[in-house]
Every structure is written in C-alpha cells, then in structure tokens.
Design a protein around this ligand. Structure first.
Ligand SMILES: Nc1ncnc2c1ncn2[C@@H]1O[C@H](COP(=O)(O)OP(=O)(O)O)[C@@H](O)[C@H]1O
Ligand SMILES: [Mg+2]
Length: 138
C-alpha cells in the first residue's frame, strides 16, 4: 500500500530542552488524527526513546513529524536523523538488554514492539536514521 504524506513538521534536537516541545507536538499530531489514548501513549513512549538515543548516541540531529495516510487510515510517521557515529551491529543493537551506554537496552527493541512500522538505517561514521509509523487504529 502507498503511504502519502499529508503534513510535515521538522525539529532540530540538540539539547535536553528540545525534547519536551517535540514530544508535545507528537501528542498534538496524534490527537489531530484521532488516535486513541492507548496508541498515543505507545507512540509517545517510542518517540521519547528515539529522541533520547538521538541526543545521547547521535549527538543530536533532526526529528520529523508527518501525518500520513495509507489509503485506509491516517497515522503518524516519525523520522529521526543524526550524523553521529552510527551503529556497528544493528542486529545486536535491536536485542533486548544490549546497551553501550550502561542503560537498559530496551529503547530500540521496545520501540519496535510499540509501533506498526519500524526501520533503522545506520552507517558507521555517517549516522543513523530511524523511521517509525503508528497507524491510528494500529
Ligand atoms: N542514534 C544512535 N546512534 C548511534 N548508536 C545508537 C543510536 N541509537 C542507539 N544506538 C546504539 O544502540 C544501543 C541500544 O539502544 P537502546 O535499545 O535504545 O538502548 P540504550 O539506550 O539503553 O542503550 C545503544 O546502546 C547504542 O549503542
Ligand atoms: Mg535508548
């Protein structure tokens, strides 16, 4: 199915103070598409994990909020891009409990479970792009 973009907002995420305004806009976008409270919470939890990774490991970057449609329903797509060190072994990074930052190592695998579509691209020395979609009724 083709996914079309209905609207798009860009955020520069370079410090801790950038996180809350971004998260508030994710919530606003989710409410706007009529997403229920449970899916809103899943999306915001996923967004929080990914924006934290963007800052902590990626050294900051950009986050995009899109309202998208798949011909059947609307949803929210979030794209996180950084030009940080990249991820050497994506399979390992996706495992529960793997962390190079002495934290829980549940951010990436947990996020994947909370959303409907999850894509991660990373190149060592170039950076990382994580894209997720939560459909309204997904
Ligand atoms: N944007 C990123 N750039 C570089 N490495 C990353 C990025 N996001 C995640 N990683 C790597 O993937 C690991 C797992 O991430 P995650 O599951 O969120 O766990 P945690 O944040 O607890 O370490 C991190 O410890 C880090 O090594
Ligand atoms: Mg994390």
């Amino acid at each position: 199915m083709i996914t079309t973009t209905l609207s798009k907002q860009d955020f520069l995420i370079v410090r801790d103070q950038d996180v809350i305004p971004f998260r508030n806009q994710v919530k606003e976008a989710a409410v706007k598409v009529g997403m229920g409270i449970l899916n809103q919470t899943k999306l915001i939890t996923a967004a929080s994990e990914l924006v934290r990774n963007l800052l902590k490991y990626g050294g900051g970057g950009t986050a995009e909020i899109e309202v998208v449609n798949n011909g059947r329903e609307n949803g929210i797509r979030l794209v996180f891009k950084d030009n940080g060190p990249g991820i050497q072994d994506i399979d390992l990074a996706m495992k529960d409990g793997f962390s190079t930052g002495k934290s829980l190592g549940l951010g990436l695998p947990g996020t994947k479970r909370l959303v409907n579509e999850f894509n991660i691209q990373s190149a060592v020395g170039e950076g990382t792009i994580v894209t997720i979609i939560k459909w309204k009724n997904g």
